[in-house]
Design a binder for this molecule. Structure first.
Ligand SMILES: Cc1ncc(C[n+]2csc(CCOP(=O)(O)OP(=O)(O)O)c2C)c(N)n1
Length: 322
């Protein structure tokens, strides 16, 4: 495996911290204090997938996300202030405060958006890939979805088309072991989801999604195939969500110990931090400085978002697509 530059590892680290702190604030402060409402699905524990994958693309490339999309949005470069404003229902939010947690999109940076309809984003990614191919613009598409979505018909139709038409799309399945309360082995006929790629004439790979460097190299190779050979791929990253499916989830389907143990042994941020310290890339007090700086940035984004006004009642029917 190729060696990464120190700055790149530190960039991974900061981007993962930004996602973690953005969501810890939701979990510990904004949601309990009712400063934000509506459904929200935390990405805590899966940060290595979004960050590793999106460091392997160019800014002009497209990204399509899911209901669990804060991490993908931040890693693509969305503004945490505008994301918080959206969560607070304020006018500076990405959907002018009328969409909430699952409606963050930013066409200026080619983040084609989250999507609350499970698996609906997979055919959209194939469509975006077809557009790139027809336009010959050299761009590729990254599509994120969960292992639950990989059992939906839309997954199979879209991958078949992508394989048939050789679309420049990297399909990234984040296998976090549960679709709401359903463990993957109770819903999925095969354990090796990446083998489904064989049916659609594209390469498939399964890798450790808790290791940001592994994710980065795996996605970089798939991106090269997509860009240079217009070859789609299906990548499955083993990961785990440390929190409930959504904020109100009491998690009766798994023991209290399980997430604690996964966190202790596999937290992607701790793994990277340990590597950074072992390789003497940072001193322990510099690690603390990094964490404090990113946390201050996130706190400031939330403060700014609070200053944004609520949308006016007469705007309620604007921007409706019918
Ligand atoms: C078409 C559709 N069916 C059902 C739902 C309800 N739902 C929301 S999230 C979810 C589970 C998705 O699991 P997975 O794709 O593994 O993603 P994860 O939540 O684990 O990130 C379901 C069934 C939905 N939003 N859309």
């Amino acid at each position: 495996m190729r060696i990464l530059r120190i700055e790149q590892l530190l960039h991974f680290y900061e981007d993962m911290l930004r996602i973690r702190f953005f969501e810890e604030k939701i979990r510990d402060e904004l949601y309990p204090n009712k400063q934000m409402r509506g459904g929200t699905h935390l990405y805590i524990g899966q940060e290595a997938v979004a960050v590793g994958a999106l460091h392997a693309i160019e800014p002009a490339d497209y990204v399509i996300s899911t209901h669990r999309g804060h991490g993908h949005a931040l890693a693509k470069g969305c503004d945490p202030m505008r994301m918080y404003a959206e969560l607070f229902g304020r006018r500076d939010g990405y959907s002018k405060g009328k969409g909430g947690s699952m409606h963050i999109a930013d066409k200026n940076i080619n983040f084609l958006g989250e999507n609350p309809v499970v698996a609906a984003n997979i055919p959209m990614a194939a469509g975006a890939g077809l557009a790139c191919k027809l336009l010959g613009n050299g761009r590729i598409v990254i599509d994120f979805f969960g292992e639950g979505a990989a059992n939906n018909g839309a997954f199979h139709e879209a991958l078949n088309m992508a394989g048939l038409w050789k679309l420049p799309v990297v399909f990234i399945c984040e296998n976090n072991l549960y679709a709401i309360s359903v463990p993957v082995e109770q819903a999925t006929a095969i354990e090796e989801i990446h083998r489904r790629a064989d049916s659609y004439g594209m390469p498939g790979k399964r890798e450790n999604g808790m290791d940001v460097v592994v994710v980065y190299h795996t996605v970089a190779e798939a991106v090269r195939l997509a860009r240079e050979e217009s070859e789609p791929s299906l990548l499955v990253f083993d990961c785990y969500r440390f929190e409930g499916h959504h904020m109100a989830d009491q998690q009766p389907y798994r023991s209290k110990q399980e997430p604690l143990q996964m966190r202790r042994e596999h937290d992607p941020i701790h793994l990277l931090e340990r590597q950074i310290l072992e390789d003497c890339l940072l001193e322990p007090d510099q690690v603390v400085d990094h964490r404090e700086r990113i946390r201050a940035e996130i706190d400031e984004a939330a403060e700014e978002a609070r200053k944004s006004p609520a949308p006016a009642p007469e705007e309620a029917l604007e921007d409706i697509y019918a």
